[in-house]
Each structure stands twice: as C-alpha cells, then as structure tokens.
Design a protein around this ligand. Structure first.
Ligand code: HEC
Length: 196
C-alpha cells in the first residue's frame, strides 16, 4: 500500500515536470497554454512599466517620469508579444477613465471594467478573468492604484503644478485623475488569437 502510494506520487511528479517543461507551440490554442501566454504578457508589461517608472521617478521626479508612462507604455505594449515569439498577441492597458484615448476600452472591456468596479465596491479581492470566444482567448487583469501612482493620478489639488501642466498639454481630455490608493485604475487586457 505504502509503496503503491509512493510510486503514484513519483509518477505524478514526473508528469508535472514533463508538463512544466512543455513549451507551447506558436499559435497553440489549447486553453491552458493560451492563459499562460496571456499571463506572461500581462506580467511582463506591468513589471517593465513599474520598474522603469520607479527608476525615472527617482532620477527626475514625476514630470520626467511622464515620458515613461506615455511613450514607453505604448512601445512596450507593442514590443512584448514579439519577445515571446507571439506577435499575434495584443496587450494593452485600458480604463473607464482613460488618460490616453488610445487606451479607450472596447465595449467588452468596458463591461469587464464595470464588473471589476462593482466587485471592488462590494469589498471583493479582485482576480483576473478570462473569456474564450471562437477566435481568441481574452485575459483581463485588474490594476489598482497605489500611493506611487497618485503623483500623476491623484487629486489635482494635491498634485505638482508642473505635472498638471505637462499632463494637460499631452492629454487635453485626460480623465485619469482624482484617484485614492486602492481604487480600480484599470486593467491589462490581453488577446491571444486561437490557432487558425
Ligand atoms: C509620472 C506620472 C505617472 C505615474 C506616477 C503613474 N502614471 Fe499611469 N499614466 C500616466 C500617463 C502619462 C498615462 C498615459 C499613458 C499613455 O499615453 O498610454 C498613464 C496611463 C495609465 C494607464 C492606462 C489607462 C489610461 O488612463 O490611459 C493605467 C492603467 C495607469 N496609468 C496606471 C497607473 C498605476 C497603477 C500607477 C501606479 C503604479 C501609475 N499609473 C502611475 C502617468 C503616470
């Protein structure tokens, strides 16, 4: 009995090792690997942005860091899928109150964002969600505000005037201010097309 259990445990370990080592082929649309591709793209975008943002804030303060958020965010979004050999994947940040009109949510993204906002209001800890259609896997990961974000997304009355001015010049229709920490700022939205 004991030995049988042990053999079963070893077999399981070997199977999971094999599974972990499996690299999904480009274009693979198997559900688990599509989610893994999406998670990886979302994490890469958010990690790279945060690292660059923190470095730029330390070096030149929030006015200098605005460049990272505007130029680098769009560039990284375009660049990251290619790094994992999945140029067909799209990754973007979006919000109900977007700063850059290029980040405007699709109707489906808007529905997901409203759902996240409602859940947060009920006190839920937000989790990423996925939706599968015939043509793609969609992955949505919520983004909450932290104290670090408020120098550019906080109450304008408490923001540096140079930051306000720089934002006003670049984003005349900016809606992304007035947040407190712990609020829903937006989400990362990743689309992984199914294999043709
Ligand atoms: C130095 C100023 C600055 C800081 C600090 C900052 N942001 Fe932003 N944020 C911006 C700018 C500028 C944009 C517009 C980016 C673009 O043009 O795509 C933006 C856009 C975004 C977007 C995309 C949706 C939109 O509104 O267009 C999200 C999501 C976001 N920020 C989240 C955050 C979070 C979360 C933090 C804190 C971890 C943060 N930001 C910190 C300046 C900042």
């Amino acid at each position: 009995m004991y030995i049988k259990k042990k053999i079963a445990a070893i077999a399981l370990a070997v199977i999971s090792l094999l599974a972990a080592g499996q690299v999904p082929a480009a274009g693979a649309d198997d559900s688990a690997s599509a989610v893994a591709v999406a998670e990886k793209a979302a994490t890469e975008l958010m990690t790279a942005l945060k690292t660059e943002l923190q470095a730029a804030m330390r070096k030149g303060g929030p006015v200098a860091a605005i460049d990272i958020c505007s130029t680098r965010a769009q560039a990284l979004s375009a660049e990251i899928p290619g790094r994992s050999n999945r140029p067909d994947v799209t990754v973007k940040r979006t919000s109900l109150k977007f700063r850059n009109p290029a980040n405007r949510p699709t109707p489906e993204e808007e529905r997901v964002l409203r759902n996240f906002a409602a859940q947060l209001q009920e006190g839920a800890a937000l989790q990423p969600t996925t939706r599968r259609t015939n043509t793609a896997l969609h992955y949505y990961r919520p983004i909450l505000t932290e104290p670090l974000c408020l120098s550019c997304h906080g109450d304008p009355d408490h923001m540096d005037t140079a930051v306000l001015e720089a934002l006003r010049q670049r984003y005349p229709e900016d809606m992304a201010a007035g947040y407190n920490a712990g609020e829903l700022r937006g989400m990362v939205s990743v689309t992984v097309p199914a294999a043709p």
